[in-house]
Design a protein around this ligand. Structure first.
Ligand code: B12
Ligand code: SF4
Length: 494
């Protein structure tokens, strides 16, 4: 008798309503390459969108941002209640019920294993999915970008039906892992895998030869549900700078250490995906697209050859170290190559705070970049951090001033309260501090979410609060401006 080929269902809980998920594209391609049958369960197909990113700015949104700041700066019963009210957003429980109902129906098709790729905020959903897998006797594998942190992974091992939690770049042995899961074997021998029984495979080293991977397969995504056909691309893993003390991107599963694909392999994929999906819009999800200058230069010189008339966006790090690939001429070349929007982590207008962050940035160089990128016709988006330990009222004023001064050069600002996350040195250092005077108090670590709630004492200073209001005003003033027509198709994407 010939054995039936293994069939699996891959569930995408990174679900983003604008383009497919890179991880799921890789999983599907690798499994199919190994002869395993794959179906992808994308919640968007059933009208369940992911978290909305940067919707259009309105006066009400500006006010909401203020309110959020007030709440987040003050952990306590009122803030907890208000946050709970936000979590129970209208329609949320209906969408969840629909998703679980569809998932149950999907299980009727009979799979040998279910693979879920998830963000940490979906723990309750994973528990519900797991319970359904357990009831049907289908083994569940969970993976995602944050499970490489041991403390975080350990807090997820209670998901029902789970046979293995995956926190590594498991591409080389993915097919064996899935077959072993389907066959009911113990998975603790596989690198990067933990099991509910307390087993733990050896460490899973970062993947070196990225050119050997197949191109991600996005054919299962609900292309008709996206407002535009945008294809995600990743040219390398990790960040060429990699030193910022707050950055959980470089402690996430694939972020650890920088590795790049070759320019030729990247250009080949661009042409392939454009053909395959009849697409001309690309978003590069690299943490720092100018990490490997040979790849960055290949995009400037060869993107249009691969995708004639195409457009693209990406994030760069404006480091003080030269060359950073972001001179006036290169920015003009990027625009000519179809780049329409560029994102960078500006983080602070205070050089002192940037140095505390180990951002590797110089305010003079950042200002020059903002002017040149905008003059080149690029829509500039920046991210900023508020409440970084050590930040004082004058630093917040400096951030507001930086935005005010560059109002004409910046089109969107994403301002974030400093997050303390498991992985980066910032939180590890705070946790290692002996009890005693510190600016950061009421530290409560939630390993399941990889976050630590906290209170930043200087934020109670009236001067600091005044400075924060000025910063929020500067953010709102920029975000209310209409986006450049050339970048409009990417609004809200990054
Ligand atoms: C691109 C990106 C986005 C994009 C696209 C997301 C998408 N749906 O594709 C956008 C900009 C929309 C986005 C949004 C958000 N993101 Co995001 N994002 C990233 C980023 C930079 C790259 C992701 C990526 O494509 N990586 C490449 C792939 C190949 O790696 P991977 O996902 O880790 O998958 C590999 C392995 O983990 C493994 N794997 C993954 N899943 C599974 C499952 C199984 C079963 C197996 C066997 C293996 C496996 O296989 C893959 C190949 O090795 C990561 C940072 C990072 N370094 O990964 C953050 C990151 C994933 N995002 C993060 C966050 C917090 C968010 C937001 C919540 C931010 C916000 N507040 O708005 C939103 C939420 C979006 C949503 N819908 O839920 C966090 C996740 C933390 C967490 N809580 O889980 C990360 C790690 C950043 C960080 N350091 O904080 N994001
Ligand atoms: S430059 Fe960006 S991606 Fe790189 S370490 Fe700093 S914050 Fe993280």
């Amino acid at each position: 008798m010939i054995a039936e080929p293994t069939r699996v269902l891959v569930v995408d809980l990174n679900n983003f309503a604008r383009y497919p998920t890179v991880a799921v594209g890789y999983l599907a391609a690798l499994l199919r390459q190994a002869g395993i049958g794959v179906e992808v369960f994308s919640p968007l197909r059933f009208g369940v969108p992911g978290v909305a990113r940067e919707p259009r700015e309105t006066r009400a949104r500006g006010l909401l941002r203020r309110l959020n700041y007030e709440l987040e700066a003050r952990p306590g019963p009122v803030a907890t209640l208000a946050r709970a009210a936000r979590v129970r957003a209208p329609g949320e429980s209906r969408r969840r019920a629909r998703l679980l109902d569809r998932f149950e129906r999907a299980l009727d098709a009979g799979y040998d294993a279910v693979l879920v790729s998830t963000y940490l905020m979906y723990h309750p959903l994973c528990v519900a999915i797991g319970a359904r897998c357990r009831d049907r006797g289908v083994p569940l594998l969970l993976g995602g970008s944050y499970f490489s942190q041991e403390e975080v992974g350990a807090a997820w091992l209670d998901v029902p039906g789970l046979v293995g939690l995956v926190g590594g770049e498991v591409e080389p042995h993915l097919a064996d892992l899935v077959r072993a899961a389907a066959g009911g074997e113990d998975l603790a021998r596989f690198p990067g895998v933990s099991t509910p029984g307390g087993g733990r495979g050896p460490a899973c080293p970062p993947l070196r030869d990225l050119d050997r991977l197949p191109f991600p397969d996005y054919s299962d995504f609900p292309w008709d549900s996206y407002p535009d056909r945008i294809v995600p691309m990743i040219t390398g893993r990790g960040c060429g700078w990699g030193a910022c003390t707050f950055c959980s991107d470089v402690t996430s599963t694939v972020g650890r250490t920088f590795r790049s694909r070759s320019p030729g392999n990247v250009i080949e994929e661009l042409a392939h995906q454009a053909r395959r999906h009849d697409a001309e819009l690309f978003t590069f999800v690299d943490l720092k697209l100018n990490s490997d200058l040979s790849v960055w230069e290949a995009l400037l010189g060869r993107f249009q050859g691969a995708v004639p008339g195409g457009q693209w966006i990406g994030a760069v790090h404006v480091g003080a170290r030269q060359p950073n690939g972001l001179g006036r001429r290169e920015l003009e070349a990027a625009r000519a190559a179809g780049m329409v929007r560029i994102t960078t982590g500006l983080e602070s207008g205070s050089q002192r705070v940037l140095d505390l962050m180990r951002k590797g940035a110089d305010l003079g160089e950042s200002g020059r970049f903002l002017r040149d990128a905008s003059a080149a016709g690029l829509s500039v988006r920046v991210t900023m951090i508020h409440g970084f330990p050590g930040e004082r009222a004058e630093d917040v004023v400096a951030s507001a001033l930086l935005l005010e001064r560059h109002r004409r050069h910046i089109e969107r600002v994403s301002l974030n309260r400093c997050q303390l996350t498991i992985g980066p040195p910032l939180l590890s250092r705070l946790r290692a501090l002996p009890d005693g005077p510190s600016d950061v108090v009421d530290l409560r670590v939630d390993p399941r979410a990889a976050q630590a709630s906290h209170r930043y004492l200087p934020a109670d200073d009236p001067e600091y609060r005044r400075a924060t209001r000025r910063l929020l005003d500067a953010v709102s003033a920029i975000n209310r401006r209409p986006i450049s027509p050339s970048a409009r198709r990417f609004e809200g994407v990054m």
